[in-house]
Design a protein around this ligand. Structure first.
Ligand code: FPP
Length: 227
């Protein structure tokens, strides 16, 4: 969800105005994704590196997360969506951690679309944590080194219970991954779009999905094999 700051600046407004409008884009995108029958949406809300931003912006973002969790969770629950927060939650303040846990608990049994919010998340962090969990199991002889394969690593990531990423969308014209879900992107189709996140919505998602369904996904095979 990139470009909130630039979107606001272009209108002579403070960066936080962009983040606040970004919330509306989140609402529109979730609702459009549900209509399209998408089973999992993962939103990169705050990276492990975003703590480096000015203290004031970080504080406002934390406040926004608390507000969004307080006001939106009941609606998500009503729609049978399952909300999960992926990332190192231990660095958030107690109140935010509590809100996150409540939101996850309330929607845990829901069977509809899964919405992952990546917060204090980094792809390298995710892989490192998975490695630590596996190392502990090897140390206690619950696992043998020969048991370690790609599936085992996948199953120890924060996204263990959801399929690998099919489509990654990055807004604002930047063409990089910025330490998002690295392992899980191995065969993702990557869609870079110039518009800033607050301008993203149903039409942009439909455009991205239309592009995606026309892609030929070969997974290492030849096009003749695929056809
Ligand atoms: C990146 O734009 C955006 C963020 C770091 C924050 C995203 C947060 C929200 C949209 C608010 C709430 C979301 C949820 C799901 C609770 P940027 O600030 O890096 O923009 P810039 O590159 O133009 O500076």
């Amino acid at each position: 969800m990139d470009g909130n700051g630039r979107w606001a600046k272009a209108q002579g407004k403070p960066r936080i105005f962009g983040h606040k409008n970004g919330v509306e884009a989140v609402r529109k995108t979730i609702s459009a994704a549900a209509k399209l029958g998408i089973s999992v949406v993962t939103l990169f809300a705050f990276s492990s590196e975003n703590w480096r931003r000015p203290e004031e912006e970080v504080a406002v973002l934390m406040g926004l997360f608390v507000t969004v969790l307080s006001t939106e969770v009941k609606k998500l629950h009503k729609n049978n969506f399952c909300l999960r927060i992926i990332g190192d939650k231990s660095r958030f303040n107690e109140n935010l951690q509590k809100k996150m846990a409540q939101a996850e608990q309330m929607t845990a049994m829901n069977t509809g679309m899964v919405i992952n919010i990546a917060a204090n998340y980094g792809g390298k962090w995710d892989i490192t944590e998975a490695m630590k969990k596996i190392a502990i199991k090897v140390q206690s002889e619950e696992l043998q080194p020969s048991d370690i394969d790609e599936n085992l690593i996948t199953n120890h990531l924060a996204t263990s219970n959801i399929p690998e990423v099919d489509l990654l969308i990055r807004t604002s014209g930047e063409c990089r991954i910025s330490n998002f879900v690295l392992w899980q992107l191995a065969y993702a189709e990557i869609y870079f779009i110039p518009i800033c996140w607050p301008d993203f919505g149903e039409d942009s998602l439909i455009e991205a999905v239309t592009w995606f369904v026309d892609r030929e996904r070969r997974f290492g095979c030849t096009d003749e094999q695929i056809s």
